[in-house]
Design a protein around this ligand. Structure first.
Ligand code: G3I
Length: 362
């Protein structure tokens, strides 16, 4: 079944890639990721937050390297609608203004999620069981940026963590699985142009849990497709582990073939490679991160339905602090992004550059 057309590389993105390649890199060995990706038919981008744009040295790197932006947290409902009906789009608008000024595309994340909601929402949904608490928000947010979004993560992380069925969120408890259909139909009505995405994690690694999550994900997508929900793409968050459960290339390849056979596009939406559990030697950690990314990208970029690769940050400088107290006590810092805290390219940047260069253009 032929899938929906994947939005071609926007002219702006191609110009950005071309234009940015004219800017002298700050570091001689700095690869030009957006340009290399564009030459192979891929849009490369990254997550960002408006506070990062206040650093003097980061925005030029971001403009050189990315052809697409996604808000890391400023499009979460806790930020956008802190009180019922009182919307704050300022963070998104700041990021979108930067993207437009640098000929970048923009993607929205997320519309409907079980997490990062304002405290009042869950109580309201459980009490009032009013569909408008879902469709009204999707309409307000997607409608505001109508025609300006490359894609939208309409539903985020609806699968259960253990790979068995759906996550028992308040959305599911009140509206049943049709909450996802409601979200997709409302998003399509609000923005006829954006590619509508189901976004989740856990489909990447090998092992029995990865097997269950992949099967569960296909079941969720088949249900949406069978009920006529306008889902157009799978967003693979792609949170990988350099020292944990690695990617199983054969299983991943087979899974992506199933996604493509359903006519869906494939978006890498939040790529990072955790180095937690690695040795203290920085060079060894960095190389292990790059190697796992290469194993992953070799498979993902070999599928012709893959349209984007976004990392969940460009530099270690802004990486979220480690959750574990043990790591916090040691002052341990994540090294999971392409550029280090000093904005120098790391082996992961080289792995991305090689993967894009090796991909046959569309
Ligand atoms: O709200 C403050 C803001 O006032 C302040 O200016 C800013 C800078 O210090 O920090 C803001 O706080 C935190 C924000 O991250 C920025 O660090 C929020 O309290 C915190 O909730 C937010 O966490 C984000 C989380 O999603 C929830 O939105 C993470 O950065 C972000 O990496 C994470 O991203 C998720 C994806 O959306 C879905 N997939 C998994 C991924 C990683 O957990």
């Amino acid at each position: 079944m032929p899938g929906p057309p994947i939005p071609l590389l926007t002219r702006r993105a191609l110009l950005a890639a071309g234009a940015s390649s004219l800017i002298a890199p700050a570091f001689a060995q700095e690869p030009r990721l957006a340009a290399l990706a564009a030459a192979s038919g891929i849009v490369f981008g990254t997550a960002a937050a408006s506070y990062e744009l206040r650093d003097a040295d980061f925005p030029p790197l971001l403009a050189r390297q990315a052809a697409m932006l996604v808000p890391e947290y400023e499009m979460k409902r806790a930020v956008v609608e802190p009180r019922p009906g009182a919307y704050d789009f300022s963070g998104i608008d700041t990021l979108m203004a930067f993207a437009r000024a640098h000929n970048m595309a923009f993607r929205g994340h997320p519309l409907i999620w079980y997490a990062a909601n304002p405290p009042w929402l869950e109580d309201a949904v459980l009490a009032r069981r009013d569909e408008k608490l879902l469709t009204g928000y999707v309409t307000a947010l997607a409608g505001r940026y109508r025609g300006r979004m490359h894609s939208l993560d309409v539903v985020n992380e609806a699968l259960a963590d253990d790979g068995n069925g759906l996550r028992q969120s308040f959305w599911l408890k009140v509206f049943g699985p049709s909450y996802m259909d409601m979200a997709f139909h409302a998003a399509r009505a609000a923005d006829p142009a954006a590619l509508l995405v189901y976004n989740d994690y856990g489909c990447e690694p090998g092992g029995p849990l990865g097997d269950r999550v992949r099967a569960n994900c296909l079941g969720l997508l088949d249900g949406l497709i069978a009920r006529g929900a306008p889902v157009q793409a799978l967003g693979l968050q792609s949170h990988l582990f350099a020292f944990g459960q690695h990617v199983d290339q054969r299983k991943l390849r087979d899974f992506l073939a199933e996604i493509a056979a359903r006519g869906l596009a494939i978006l890498v939406t939040e790529l990072d490679v955790s180095d937690e559990g690695g040795p203290s030697d920085i060079a060894l950690r960095d190389q292990a991160v790059a190697d796992e990314a290469s194993r992953y990208l070799d498979v993902v970029l070999d599928n012709r339905r893959t349209a984007t690769v976004l990392t969940w940050g460009l530099t270690d400088r802004y990486a979220d602090p480690p959750q574990s107290l043990r790591l916090k006590m040691t002052g341990w810092r994540y090294r999971k992004f392409p550029f280090d805290a000093g904005l120098r390219p790391k082996p992961l940047a080289g792995a991305l550059a090689r993967a894009f260069s090796a991909r046959r253009p569309a």
